[in-house]
Design a protein around this ligand. Structure first.
Ligand SMILES: NC(=O)c1ccc[n+]([C@@H]2O[C@H](COP(=O)([O-])OP(=O)(O)OC[C@H]3O[C@@H](n4cnc5c(N)ncnc54)[C@H](O)[C@@H]3O)[C@@H](O)[C@H]2O)c1
Length: 307
């Protein structure tokens, strides 16, 4: 099977590794000259790191399945699936999807990595709109496997089902967003948490370092293997209904005192930036990102060993 990776930046590169590791032939295309070649070169390092953590059986073979191509047409030739990972701008997605729909074979599935643009915004006018959907990853998808699948009202359900089965076979963890919603699922959850974090730090209840610790050494530990519904089931003797009865009055009290205007107001956000204090160089951010990826790889390896 062949996949076309369209857009070879941060996310396109990670997708290329996911598909190559899973045995697919991968054609990488980018509008900018040299970007697809650079992507394939970066994948050599990424696949080797995956192999070090037991997350890729044969990095050499995976690399051998990756090829940088010079035109979109070449990328799409014979592709069963397209993972578009171009810039997050509506006009770019509109142009790219028109082009993809025009050039791709009739049965090719067209998916976008978009973080926040709903599928219906850039596929409505396309003759092949039934084969389009969003497949939104978490950065980086070769280490954090959840993928949110979100179709437009006109997306063929069979296309979503086929894409879900494909990602499962690749070892990713797809979820289906049953109807379109701004931010899909993951970023809505993240937004609720981050808004409250800004409120608590900006209004002086806790330092940003201690707030981060409540996630990394508290909630996040548990959340790496059970989500809030399962937590609810385990945190009350008679299960979820019991948990809701016990704790929902408190959740309501918190929700009623959370004022998004205050939490996300300019003054509060400025206080958060000041409290955090750090403004690392580009090099330092790159170094920290590599460190994060190693930690994620070790965690992914641990999770895999528990399956
Ligand atoms: N970075 C993240 O954390 C993250 C997470 C999930 C989803 N996404 C989404 O993934 C997509 C890509 O994000 P990214 O972070 O990789 O961006 P990026 O800027 O790193 O990469 C975008 C790439 O697209 C290329 N490009 C521009 N126009 C193109 C065109 N017409 N055809 C082909 N390639 C083109 C650029 O040259 C660049 O290499 C966006 O839609 C983004 O919202 C990003």
């Amino acid at each position: 099977m062949k996949v076309a990776i369209v857009g070879a930046g941060l996310i396109g590169r990670a997708w290329a590794m996911v598909f190559a590791r899973g045995g697919w032939d991968v054609a990488v295309y980018d509008l900018v000259d040299g970007a697809a070649d650079a992507c394939v070169a970066e994948c050599a390092h990424g696949l080797a790191t995956l192999a070090e953590h037991g997350l890729c059986d044969d990095p050499e073979a995976a690399l051998g399945r990756l090829v940088a191509v010079a035109t979109l047409g070449e990328a799409l030739e014979g592709a069963a699936y397209v993972q578009e990972s171009g810039p997050e701008r509506l006009e770019v997605k509109l142009d790219l999807f028109a082009e993809l729909d025009r050039l791709a074979g009739a049965d090719t599935i067209l998916a976008s990595s978009t973080s926040a643009l709903q599928c219906s915004l850039f596929t409505e006018a396309l003759p092949g709109r039934a084969r389009c959907l969003v497949a939104h990853p978490v950065n980086p998808p070769h280490l954090a496997p959840v993928v949110e699948l979100s179709g437009a009202p006109w997306t063929d359900e069979a296309v979503v089902a086929k894409t879900r089965a494909m990602f499962e076979a690749l070892g990713q963890k797809p979820i289906t967003v049953k109807k379109e919603v701004d931010g899909f699922i993951l970023n809505r959850l993240q937004a609720a948490l981050v808004t409250e974090a800004f409120r608590l730090v900006g209004e002086g209840y806790v330092s940003p370092e201690d707030l981060d610790k409540t996630i990394t050494d508290g909630l996040g530990l548990r959340w790496s293997f059970i989500g809030p519904f399962q937590v609810g089931e385990l945190n009350a003797p008679a299960g979820l209904a019991d948990y809701i009865e016990r704790y929902s009055p408190f959740f309501r009290r918190v929700a009623e005192t959370s004022d998004p205007d205050a939490a996300l107001g300019v003054d509060n956000l400025a206080r958060c930036v000041e409290a955090w204090g750090s403004a690392p160089s580009v090099e330092r951010v790159a170094e920290m990102s590599r460190w994060r990826d190693k930690r994620l790889a070790a965690l992914a390896a641990h999770k895999k060993s528990q399956e």
